[in-house]
Structure formats: C-alpha cells, structure tokens
Design a protein around this ligand. Structure first.
Ligand code: SF4
Length: 331
C-alpha cells in the first residue's frame, strides 16, 4: 500500500544493547519502522519486547555508558539522530519530538505548581513571547486539555491521576511537536479515564497533525486509536500493517494471533482466556532462529535454524517462515 505523505521517522536495522558487568542484553535486534506525517502507529508487545528502549533510542535518552546503539539508523525528517549532538537533541526534545510517560508523576515536579511547570516548557521553547502571551498560552493549553486555568496555581498532588496525565499531555503538546511518543499513557488509569485520555490525544493530534507512536501492550487501545500497528517481539517487528490488516486480515504472525486471543471477548462463552504459553527468550542469549519458536504452535524445523525473511503484501509485513512457505507455493 503506497503512502504519499511525507516520512517523519525512519528506523532501519536498529540494534540496541545494554552492557552490564555480567552480560550484554540485546534489547532491540534489527528493527525497522517508517512513520508518515499525521500517522498514529501502535507499537504492541509484551513487557521486555524492546518498546520503551526504542522510544529512548529515538530521543537519545538511553542510560549513559550502559545503553548503546550498535548498528542501524534513526532518521527524523531526513536527519540522522544516532550521530546528532546532545546540543541538537536538546533543541529537538520537547519541541519537535515529545514524549508522554506511563506514570505522570515521573514527568511532574511535586514541588512546583502545574501552571509554572507548563510555563517552564513555554519559556524554553518560545522565549520570544511576552509575559502576557506566555500566560495566555498556558491558559489556552489548560482549557484545551479540559482543566480550568483557574487551577494552574495548584500542585500535582491536588489532581487525580487522569488530570495529572492531562497536564503531562499539555506539556508534551504545547510546542506542537511533529512527533509524539506516548509510552503506555493510559496504563495507570482506569478504563473511563483511559477513554477520555485517548479522545484528548486524538483531538490534539487532529489540531496539531502530529505523528504519534503509541506504545502499549493493549491491542484494544490500538484498535481504537491507531491507523497502523507494529507488533514487536524480542526487539524485532514481527508484523506490521494497517489496523484492518492486523485485526481483520486473513493472515497474522502466530505471536499476533496469540495476542489477539488474549483479548477478553463479550461473546466468547469459554471460561478462560488463552494466554501465550512460555516466556520471551532471554535477551542475553537469543536463539539463532525465530525468537518465538519455543512458544509457537506452528514451529517447524527451519524455524529453529534460521530467521525468516520478511514477507510483504500491500504494506502488510509478516516475519515468519509460514509465509515464506506460502510465497514459495504461490510462486
Ligand atoms: Fe512460528 Fe516458525 Fe513462524 Fe517463528 S517462524 S512464528 S516459529 S512458524
């Protein structure tokens, strides 16, 4: 499927590892991803699949001396971020590329009023504005995320979890970033607030036309919010497609099928959900073949020997030997 919109973010063959005294942890292993302007991409996978490491790599916020990009490229609007200087990244972070973290309290300063925290972001990115213009911008942003501007003098502990996340979203969007990375932004919230936050992100995304990477383990959230989906396993994209291709297509990666079977259904009367058996391989010691082989109900001999080549049709990519075989049969 052709997409004629401009590419905002392109990641090619990215490898990221953490070097500790005892071992090398290979968190991202040859990951490819393309994001177009205005696109909402869901990045789905279990804990430890490499999703957050990927977001930290894009922002160059990997833990110093431990996290390392060993191979590949991350290109934001044509410029390579892997080799970008810290000074340049400081200009991009929060201005062109923003991030929302799972727990709003990790992003808010408990000793500062929320209004001052939003103002701090404005001071950083819009130093040319007058004081009155800055105050107006703060008030507008509070109103936009549904919090009365009259509460801007209050402190984070005076707000509920959902309201705190709204303030964090206001801070992330105030500079109108072209790329928004949202790492499990709704996981710490209850379901009704979750829906409100997704609606708010959708509204603000329309307003600013930001491209969004929504990192989550929740396929329901992805189906509701995203245009496209990348399923990550052991630091690799094992399937990528539109929401329709992933949820209603005629073929999925066995791991994606397992994730879809884990979603509770109102119509399925069976008493138990069907979890994926086993665990993700140890990132200190990855297998030479398909990383899902030990858990896969379709595993073949070839799967344990070598990694599959990506199979692609109409923009729907699946990394699985089952589809290699299909292609061979169709040839
Ligand atoms: Fe399963 Fe083999 Fe496909 Fe891996 S390559 S997902 S083991 S069928």
């Amino acid at each position: 499927m052709e997409n004629d919109k401009k590419v905002v973010l392109e990641i090619k063959d990215l490898h990221v590892q953490y070097n500790t005294d005892d071992a090398t942890v290979r968190a991202v292993n040859g990951l490819n991803l393309t994001l177009h302007e205005g696109e909402k991409l869901g990045l789905v996978g279990e804990t430890g699949a490499g999703k957050t490491t990927l977001a930290l790599s894009i922002l160059k916020l990997l833990p110093e001396k431990v996290g390392e990009i060993t191979k590949g490229s991350i290109t934001y609007k044509g410029e390579d971020l892997v080799t970008a200087s810290e000074g340049h990244m400081l200009k991009l972070r929060g201005h062109s590329i923003s991030m929302i973290f799972q727990d709003p309290m990790t992003s808010l300063n408990p000793t500062m009023s929320v209004g001052d925290q939003v103002l701090e972001v404005i001071n950083l990115h819009f130093p040319e504005l007058s004081s009155a213009e800055k105050t107006k911008k703060v008030d507008e942003m509070f109103n936009m995320v549904g919090i009365p501007a009259s509460r801007k003098g209050e402190f984070p502990h005076q707000f509920s979890g959902g309201m705190k996340q709204r303030i964090v979203i206001a801070m992330a969007l105030i500079a109108e970033p072209e790329l928004l990375l949202a790492d499990e932004p709704t996981t710490a919230l209850d379901v009704t607030i979750q829906a409100q936050i997704l609606e708010l992100m959708r509204k603000l995304k329309e307003e600013f036309n930001s491209a969004v990477v929504l990192i989550t383990h929740d396929l329901g959230v992805v189906a509701e919010f995203c245009d496209t989906v990348s399923v990550i396993y052991s630091g690799m994209v094992v399937e990528h497609g539109t929401v329709e291709q992933i949820f209603e297509g005629d073929g999925n990666h066995p791991y994606t099928k397992g994730l879809i079977h884990c979603i509770p259904s109102l119509t399925d009367t069976s008493k138990r959900l069907k979890p994926i058996p086993g665990r993700m391989p140890d990132p200190r010691n990855l297998p030479q073949g398909c990383c899902f082989a030990d858990r896969c109900p379709n595993c073949m001999e070839v799967c344990k020997q070598r990694l599959p080549e990506p199979y692609e049709k109409d923009g729907h990519m699946i990394l699985c030997h089952l589809y290699d075989e299909k292609e061979a049969k169709n040839a």
